[in-house]
Design a protein around this ligand. Structure first.
Ligand code: IP8
Length: 257
């Protein structure tokens, strides 16, 4: 089984509120089908989640009554995105069912605390592809919080021990510095703890769930128990299929301890 994270940057236009990239998701779905592998899919929130979640600081917990509006709005927006993803997958003949974190997970101080993994087992056993996504989730301590797709995929990797975990993003992998700002940026083909610790840090980011460094920490922890953890560019046709079938491709691989 292959666990796939469809990043918010590839399935939505992050610069335009609630803009779904249907063509990209449908093509990625076709690549998944062509691999003939069974999968579970997690997707990010992109412009359906981060903008409003940040405006209402939902990642900090419930600190003011005004946040109720943000909770309702973001919850509604990410479910709308999820319905679009499920429809696109289904149109390409991936029979998928959504497992909604808001009603099957809890957080404790911002960290994923419980997740009803039984539902994933049961749908998977029925031959269905379970899909879940970054969502607004109740927090036992803070009242409310944001559960990222990365937290969910880390928990699912622990539970299901997939053959591979593939992070589908809008870049070729991890670079020595930001390739959009520096022409000398080099793709890092293999990342481990040592390489990560030596990377120049810039924690700036638009996401309420953290910078690339926060994401890489999740990937490193997944890599301790999963043989192959890859970061690939989903905008490049054929890369997801290549990653799934073990063909040569441009990507970064994350190695555990
Ligand atoms: O896009 C964030 O999940 P991510 C979820 O996987 C929300 O980091 C609601 C912003």
């Amino acid at each position: 089984m292959i666990l796939i994270k469809l990043g918010g940057s590839v399935i939505t236009d992050k610069g335009r509120y609630r803009t779904f990239k249907e063509d990209v998701v449908r093509r990625l779905a076709r690549e998944i089908v062509s691999s003939e592998e069974r999968t579970m899919i997690v997707h990010g929130a992109g412009s359906f989640g981060h903008v409003i979640a940040k405006k209402y600081a939902l990642q900090n917990g419930m600190v003011s009554d005004d946040q109720a509006r943000g909770i309702s709005q973001v919850t509604s927006d990410v479910r709308e995105l999820d319905a679009l993803v499920i429809k696109a997958l289904s149109d390409e003949e991936i029979e998928a069912v959504s497992i909604v974190p808001g009603s099957s997970a809890t957080l404790r101080e911002g960290k994923l605390h419980t997740l009803d993994v039984g539902k994933f087992h049961d749908y998977y056993a029925l031959g269905i592809t379970p899909v879940t996504f970054g969502d607004v989730v109740l927090d036992e301590v803070r009242g409310i919080g944001i559960c990222s797709g990365d937290q969910l995929i880390a928990r699912l990797a622990e539970e299901f021990r997939p053959d591979k975990v593939i992070f589908v993003t809008d870049v070729d992998g991890v670079f020595t510095c930001d390739p959009r700002l520096d022409g000398k940026a080099k793709l890092i083909e293999e990342i481990d703890r040592k390489v990560l610790d030596e990377l120049p840090r810039s924690e700036w980011c638009d996401d309420v769930t953290g910078s690339i460094f926060a994401k890489l920490e999740y990937m490193l922890s997944i890599a301790t128990s999963t043989k192959e953890v890859m970061i690939i560019n989903g905008n490049e046709h054929g890369r997801l299929a290549a990653a799934m079938t073990g063909s040569e491709l441009i990507c970064s691989r994350v190695r555990g301890a």
